[in-house]
Design a protein around this ligand. Sequence first.
Ligand SMILES: NC(=O)c1ccc[n+]([C@@H]2O[C@H](COP(=O)([O-])OP(=O)(O)OC[C@H]3O[C@@H](n4cnc5c(N)ncnc54)[C@H](OP(=O)(O)O)[C@@H]3O)[C@@H](O)[C@H]2O)c1
Length: 245
Amino acid sequence: MTSEQKLALVTGGSRGIGFGIAKALADAGYRVILIARNEERLREAAAALGRSVSWRCADVGSRQDVQKALARLDRIDVLVNAAGFIRPVSLGIAGDEAEQSWDAVIAGNLKGSFLMAHAAASVLRSPGGRIINISSIGAQTGGSRPGGLAYAAAKSGLHGLTFALARELAPRGITANVIAPGFIAGTGFTGAWPEDRVSGIVAETPLGRVGTPADIAGAVLWLTSDAGAFVTGAIIPVNGGWRIG
Ligand SMILES: NC(=O)c1ccc[n+]([C@@H]2O[C@H](COP(=O)([O-])OP(=O)(O)OC[C@H]3O[C@@H](n4cnc5c(N)ncnc54)[C@H](OP(=O)(O)O)[C@@H]3O)[C@@H](O)[C@H]2O)c1
C-alpha cells in the first residue's frame, strides 16, 4: 500500500455482488477491506483478489463487531454496504418465527448499513468520501413473490437512511447514494433460483439478459469517480429495465 492509495470498505465483499464490487475497486487501484461473517470465505476471496485486498470478520448487525472491524482505520475513502440476505417473512408464517426472521433481516440489511456508516463517519475522507448502499428492486416492488415483508421494508428503509445520510454528510463534501439491483446472476442470493423463474425475469427485462456483479460494480465505479461528485441522495436502479418507472 502507498500513502496515496485510497481505501474502500466493502461489506458482503466475500461473494456475489460485494465480491464483484471489491474486484472492480481493487482493479481501479484501491486498497480494499472485505467485511463479512464467514472467515474461510473471506480468506479465499481476499486471496483471489490479490495483495491490495484484506479482510475483517464482522456481523454488520452487531455494533461491537463493527467497531472492532473499523478500529485503527484513520481514513476511509469509500464505504460500500453490500452485505445482505433474504429470509421469507409473510403473513402466513407463525408469529414467533416471523418476528425472528423480521429482526434478522432488518439487522443484516438495514441496521448493519447504519452501524457501518455511523462507525465510519468520523474518518470518511472530507471532502470526497463516498457511501454507497446496495438496496434492491424489491424496495419498490415488494419483491417478485410473497415473503418479502421484511426484505422490502429493510431495503426501502435503506433508501430513507441514504437520503438522511446524504443531507447530514453533504456539508463535509461526502456523498451517499443507493444502487438498487434487479436480478443479478452468479450470487448466493439467486444462484439456486429455478431456470423457469430466471427465464421469466429475462423475458420481462427490456435489455434481454440477467445482470452480473460487474454491472453493479460499474455503477459503483461511476459514483466513486469525479464524474459522480455531484450525485447524492440518489437511487440508481441497475436492472436492465426490468421495472422501468
Ligand atoms: N443477487 C441479486 O439478484 C440481488 C438483487 C437485489 C439486491 N441484492 C442485494 O445485493 C447485496 C448482495 O447480495 P448478493 O446477491 O451478492 O448475495 P450473496 O452472494 O449471498 O452475498 C452476501 C454477502 O453478504 C455477507 N453478509 C450477509 N449477512 C451479513 C452480515 N449480517 N454481516 C456481514 N456480512 C454479511 C455474506 O457473507 P457471510 O454470509 O459470510 O456473512 C456475503 O459476503 C445484498 O444486500 C442483496 O440484498 C441482490
